[in-house]
Design a protein around this ligand. Structure first.
Ligand code: TMP
Length: 206
C-alpha cells in the first residue's frame, strides 16, 4: 500500500475536527491527494453504528457492547474506505481511530488497554496508523468548549468529569506506549498555532 495513514486523537473539545479541515486544505493546495474521514463513521454502515453508540437514550449500553460496536464500525470503515484509499496512494486524515478505543473503552471504562487492543486486532489485523497527532487539552478545558459551542452533545460527552480524566490519563499512557508514532501538539494554544504546529509535523513526516 502506497498511501499514508495519519490519525488525529484528543479528548472532547480538543478542536481536532477544525484542525483536520485546515490541514486538508493546506495539503491539497500543495498538490497532495487527501482523504478525510472519521470514526465512528465515515461510511454508511459505520455511521449507522455511530448513531447507536452515541444516542443519549442508550444509557443501558454496557462497556463490552460499546467496545465491540466501535470495533465493528472500525472493521467496516477500514476495509471499505481506508484500505482502498491507501492502495490508491492517498494521504488519509482520520478523525479518531484505534487509540480512542484504547483510551475510552480500554482505560476509562476499565476493560483494559491490552484487551481492547486484542478485539481491534480481530477487527483490523495488525494495521496501525503511521502517524498519530494527539491534540493535548486538559479535559476540563475541552468539555467547557463542547458545552459552550453549538456541536450536538452525545452520550459520551455526558459522562462524568472523572471518566474524562481517565480518558486523558489513557491517552498519556498511549503517548508513551506508542512513542514511535505519537506526536503531541499543545491544543491550548490559539487554533491558528495548533494548525501551524500540526502542518509542520506532517510536512516533516511526509
Ligand atoms: P467525536 O465526538 O470526536 O466525533 O467522537 C465521538 C465519541 O466517541 C467521542 O466521545 C469519543 C468516542 N469514541 C470512543 O469512545 N471510542 C472509539 O473507538 C471512538 C472512535 C470514539
Amino acid at each position: 500500500m502506497t498511501g499514508k495513514f495519519i490519525t488525529f486523537e484528543g479528548p472532547e473539545g480538543s478542536g481536532k475536527t477544525s484542525v483536520i479541515k485546515a490541514v486538508k486544505e493546506y495539503l491539497s493546495n500543495e498538490g497532495y491527494d487527501i482523504l478525510t474521514t472519521r470514526e465512528p463513521g465515515g461510511i454508511k454502515i459505520a455511521e449507522k453504528i455511530r448513531d447507536i453508540i452515541l444516542d443519549k437514550e442508550n444509557t443501558e449500553m454496557n462497556a463490552h457492547s460499546e467496545a465491540l460496536l466501535f470495533a465493528a464500525s472500525r472493521s467496516q470503515h477500514f476495509t471499505e474506505k481506508i484500505v482502498p484509499a491507501l492502495k490508491e496512494g492517498k494521504i488519509i486524515l482520520c478523525d479518531r481511530f484505534i487509540d480512542s478505543s484504547l483510551a475510552y473503552q480500554g482505560h476509562a471504562r476499565g476493560l483494559g488497554i491490552d484487551k481492547v487492543y486484542e478485539i481491534n486486532k480481530f477487527a483490523i489485523g495488525d494495521h496501525m496508523p503511521e502517524l498519530t497527532i494527539f491534540i493535548d487539552v486538559p479535559p476540563e478545558v475541552g468539555l467547557n468548549r463542547v458545552f459552550s459551542n453549538t456541536r450536538k452533545i452525545d452520550r459520551l460527552d455526558l459522562e462524568t468529569i472523572e471518566f474524562h480524566q481517565k480518558v486523558y490519563e489513557g491517552y498519556m499512557i498511549l503517548t508513551k506506549k506508542f512513542v514511535d508514532r505519537f506526536v503531541v501538539i499543545d491544543g491550548t494554544n490559539p487554533v491558528e498555532t495548533v494548525i501551524e504546529d500540526t502542518i509542520q509535523v506532517i510536512r516533516t513526516y511526509l
